[in-house]
Design a protein around this ligand. Structure first.
Ligand SMILES: [Zn+2]
Length: 338
């Protein structure tokens, strides 16, 4: 038996899966192990290896069956898994700076390892979940979390990685946000120093920093004005929006309309087969998800008749998306390598 493993290294947890050569996943749902990434690469790589052995026994395979490993992590990193020399939110230990995590894991496991950033891995999973493993479709996925990640998947399940690993960094694409109704005077600023890119309007950070303060300043009696910190307030927006709070719905409507403007740009670049929306923002009940998708569509400028019906999906099995996408990438390499 030959299988490919998917290893999704997050800030606090590692999530594992395995896929066989018939593209069947061998673990339902999550198999997690603590990441200990704050303790640096030596400790974290050992955690990955230990967790892989536990996950393999859960999946009913042996480590000898694992012929290829797909690894995904948050960025920034090169397309081949060299983490940014300037460090990142998830890899704060000094030894991570400029660390070649793909190669490091390859040495630790004695297996070939392929690398994707977490947004691209999730996008690949969403693509295959919707279109099947053998498809010539094109799709674009936006993952709304603390920031906004995602990916562009082209025919043959090819991930657009880009020259330096920044392919599919959708969050830093500028959108014409001034056309969104009811946010006159808002200045959405991003960590990347752009004003009005997708992440500056469509992320948890955007809620906390820009959108929520804008609306709370115009509604002195709203309960979130009594929150201890802006971060606490921002974390409550999704729940309140789902329960129908008008101000919090407006916050999500602005995000959806920004996404609609972005998707419109992508319609004209790729004429894709589908858009996929994932991430913590839409880990809600189905009614709210459908409302959000409808608002994205409402935020898109009028489409030409042939493109009006472009599907917009919610990411299936969102929790497992990174690990499953990484496993699919590894399986693809395994097939190519023979
Ligand atoms: Zn940006």
């Amino acid at each position: 038996m030959r299988v490919a493993a998917g290893v999704d290294l997050g800030g606090t947890a590692i999530n594992y899966t395995f896929v066989d050569e018939e593209s069947h996943f061998l673990i339902d749902g999550l198999f997690e192990h603590p990441a200990k990434s704050k303790e640096g690469p030596a400790v974290c790589l050992q955690q990955i290896a230990d967790g892989l052995a536990l996950a393999a026994s859960r999946a009913g395979v042996t480590l000898a069956d694992v012929a290829m490993v797909g690894l995904d992590t948050p960025g920034p990193a090169s397309s081949d898994g060299v983490l940014s020399a300037r460090g990142s939110t998830n890899f704060v230990h000094a030894d991570w700076a400029g660390f070649d995590i793909r190669h490091g894991l390859e040495e630790k496991l004695g297996r070939r390892v392929v690398y994707l950033n977490d947004g691209n891995a999730a996008a690949l999973w969403g693509h295959v979940a919707i279109f099947g493993p053998a498809t010539d479709a094109t799709s674009i996925a936006a993952i709304i979390g603390t920031g906004l990640g995602g990916g562009v998947i082209t025919p043959g399940n090819a991930v657009v990685r880009g020259r330096r690993g920044f392919g599919g960094e959708l969050g830093h694409v500028l959108v014409p946000y001034q056309s969104i109704a009811g946010i006159e005077g808002m200045r959405p600023e991003c960590n990347c120093l752009r004003t009005g890119d997708l992440e500056s309007l469509c992320s948890l950070t955007a809620i906390e920093r820009t959108i929520l303060p804008y609306f709370l300043a115009r509604d002195a009696n709203h309960e979130l004005n009594r929150s201890a910190t802006p971060h606490e307030a921002a974390k409550r927006v999704r729940g309140l929006a789902e329960r129908g709070d008008a101000l919090c719905r407006r916050v999500f409507q602005v995000q959806a309309h920004a996404l609609g403007l972005f998707f419109d740009e992508m319609v004209n670049v790729f004429d894709p087969d589908a858009f996929i929306v994932g991430g913590g923002a839409i880990e809600t009940g189905e009614a709210f998800q459908q409302w959000f998708l409808d608002e994205i569509r409402a935020g898109m400028p009028t489409q030409r008749r042939e493109q009006q019906d472009i599907p917009i999906h919610i990411m299936p099995n969102g929790d497992c998306a990174g690990a499953r996408g990484a496993a699919i990438e590894a399986l693809g390499r395994l097939r190519t390598a023979g």
